[in-house]
Design a protein around this ligand. Sequence first.
Ligand code: SAM
Ligand code: SF4
Ligand code: SF4
Length: 368
Amino acid sequence: MPEKIILLNDLRSPLLPVPAAPDAPTGLLSDALGRPLHDLRISVTDRCNFRCVYCMPKEVFDKDYAYLPHSELLSFEEITRVARLFIAHGVEKIRLTGGEPLLRKNLERLVGMLRALPTPSGRPLDLTLTTNGSLLARKARALKDAGLDRVTVSLDALDDAVFRRMNDVDFAVADVLHGLDAAHEAGLGPIKVNMVVKRGTNEDQILPMARHFKGSPFILRFIEYMDVGASNGWNMVDVIPSAEVIRRIGAELPLAPVAANYTGETAARWRYLDGGGEVGVISSVTQAFCQDCTRMRLSTEGKLYTCLFATQGHDLRTLLRKERSDAEILGAVAQLWRGRTDRYSEQRTVDTSGLARGKKVEMSYIGG
Ligand code: SAM
Ligand code: SF4
Ligand code: SF4
């Protein structure tokens, strides 16, 4: 039984320090391990209508769980300002996430505001969103019209009983598939479908999912179950290594590896030898990709996290609300990135208890 987790709006996030003499952004920031800042993941809500057993288990996220009050959330204007400053620092890709991002009211308004941001290179910003798909059928068209490029949809099983058990709110597979079709029709592609594989829970869905999405417009990716947060009771024995996923699929549907699209691509790609498209595997546990990790994360209430496994955020919201200047915030962000040394997944061992000093933040709060 996972232990009860602490409130998230706690005191673990010191104010992001503002350097005395901020320097102008060059778009060429690099962290202590030489990694550039390219991506920003923005969590727009800590709420979700699912209770996926590996992310927001019901016994922790129950009716007494204290979600953030609305006043604590960054407004769309505040998020857009942060995004504009990150773009000045070289960010080219923004992913909206959560919680379930489509629960945030009028999200398409935020999408439109982000879309309107100019980039230093003149190349359009890559603007994407990760969703559980439950509200996609209703929202796909408005999101596309507002300027969203594409979506990634999480789906952990094709079998309805398995899926209902995993989302733990009795949500049907058919409704997510309907959302996927709506997103495809709206032109929100290329659409990726992410399946978290947990041993003994949905491993029997690997092949049905592969068969279903083979030859479809959707790119299926298998994600190793990770030890994010403090509430999912993670254990290494529950992880099915990606190599095993590929072996199981390849035994029925022969596969060959494909070269990466770009450095830092998190998914290793495999193509079906019969021309039926490709699948990807994200080996966050067995083959860490920290050396190429170019992501900063912005939590729902404006804390910056330099790693998914961080135990501490850096309070940016206070700077925004204390009317600090753009130059000051740019300087603060640059200083934070330059000092970044995170490489949790490369250091992870079977026993993760000694690694993170303090309690890791929840995935539903920081975003995937
Ligand atoms: N609610 C949205 C969704 O489910 O797509 C967006 C947020 S969710 C936290 C983002 C991604 O994180 C999802 O694809 C989810 O499956 C994945 N995720 C959550 N907990 C995970 C874990 N323990 N290990 C691996 N992936 C996880
Ligand atoms: Fe919600 Fe996404 Fe977490 Fe599932 S994985 S509980 S849909 S935030
Ligand atoms: Fe990036 Fe941290 Fe994940 Fe490594 S563990 S890939 S540094 S988010």
